[in-house]
Design a protein around this ligand. Sequence first.
Ligand code: GLA
Length: 628
Amino acid sequence: MRGTAILVAALLATAGPAVADPLAPAGRWSAYSHGAATLPPMGWNSWNAFNSGIDEEKLMASARIIVDSGLAAKGYRYIGIDDGWWLRRNQQDGRMVVRTATFPSAALPDGTTSFRPLTDRLHAMGLKAGIYSDIGRNSCGQVYTSSFPNQPEGTVAEREVGLYGHVEQDIALYFREWGFDLIKVDACGIRALPATNPLVTSGQYRAFEPLIDADSLGRTDIAAVRRLYEQVGAALLKNNPDGDFVFSLCLWGSANVRAWAKDVGNMSRTSEDISPNWSRMLHNLDSVSRRPLYAHPGSWNDPDMLFIGSGEFDADHLVAARSHFALWAMVNAPLIIGYDLRQAPPALMEVLGNSRIIALDQDPAGNQAVLAFDSDDVDIFVKTLSSGEKAVAILNRTSTPIEATLTAQHLKYRADADIALTDLWTGATSSFRGETKLRLAPRQTLIFTSRGARRLADGLYLSEMPGSVNPAVDGVTAPEIEPLIHRGLLPWMGTRGTGERAHYGGWGGAQADSTPYGQQLSVAGQRFDTGIGVLANSRLEVRNAGYRRFSAEVGIDDSARTRKTPVTFALYADGKLLARSRPLHWGEPPEPLSADITGAKLIELIARAETPSDVPSPVTWANAALTR
Ligand code: GLA
């Protein structure tokens, strides 16, 4: 072995360093495309409704209502068990044991336990089944809500119910033997059990030197966290030869996951837990709203489960409940109901069952809405649909009525032709030219589909098709926290402490119609409302569905902090170089870059800094578009 290692090392030394160039064109789409999530998963999960007080009766009752009410036929299929199902890990064979007191059908005559009878019943109803685990040894409930019912029991080792050290065995058990179709993998076990935690010092749990410091990216071992999740992904592939699984990451936006989950799993939480209040809903929405380029068919941003039915989204707050639903659909969130459906009044079932809005979420183009107007008071989201129409949602974030102006420019339609709107709640139609004034009640979201004369008549701007644009390398060298996320009062903190400091990485990532740091795109004083903003030393992959031409105007964005580093822009099609700019300096006017891409499946846009720099420059692919 040792001899071989020396030989390999010697060969490498003669061949020179074999460090792969991350900007080399890959010639293939590299975002995650395993599993069964070409559309955002839809379904129900026990946590928001019951916390760990879930049992078989409650679960099956909700499943039955989902089928009988017609929600299943509208797409709600995954019935997920969250925290609270486990009893212990058997020490003889390492197998997980189900809590049969709450899931009686799991008790087999031979004294062992299995969820197979339950998943069989769900499958027979045409539904899919979801299970829950943790990437560490211990669960979120054990660490954070140990006063909740149904905590694992037994010795310290028996209570180690998470995947750590058991990935292969548990995934095989849950998917091959028990027949689950989805797993949500939480991460409290690698976050919260340092040797100093009283739960550890008192002997309740084994210490796990935290890989995640949820308050500090610098103190988080991002690569190690990612590797653990990749192991789960590998086990899922191995144990699901038919590819019929959903891998749901639950890292609450920590560990810079908003940048890499798109390469590792099917859906990924971008923030801490949602609560049934308006302020928290805004917080969770904001954690995805500037990340449309990081969601694609197969891998979605997850602002957490729906809280429709509870608190400020209950039947007495239908305006807010409708907003929550409309916004989740606009950003292609997985639509996971978190409500005890046995109590749902018809008005709430109507919100959850609005077919027009579900269709937006489930639109096959998979374009997460882009912010066309972004403020602390009003947001305007626009989403390009596979039909060529656009959906638009205007959100009044405030608690006072507001008048908003929707313009043709927001929609990238021409101002001199009629724009037709269909209200997705009422079905009412209207039309306008140029701009129209809209009155919004407190916390209201108006949501329409629209038709108009497209400013770009014969193609799509890349910022209109984020579902087909993957920032394979986004140029971020040192992960930074995104500062633009709504900070409300945490229900469990009030005004104790100094206020919430969200710690979600991803700042400086690629953006649609904005620079990586949220500024308007601008090159040599020329402003652009359309384009992709990204840092230098980046590689964007773009799927091409039959377009013949790529065109853009490229340059270093005026917002760059360093003016010394020239950048070269290159365009590849299926791995072949088609066009390259000369090295462009800060302050030089934008340079056209275009080529015939007829027949190509994958376009790659590479921006390379020509000299090393500590501060990566924002670069602008202005008006980047695919045309016929
Ligand atoms: C974490 C997750 C929640 C839920 C609970 C269960 O907080 O983010 O969605 O799964 O754990 O304990």
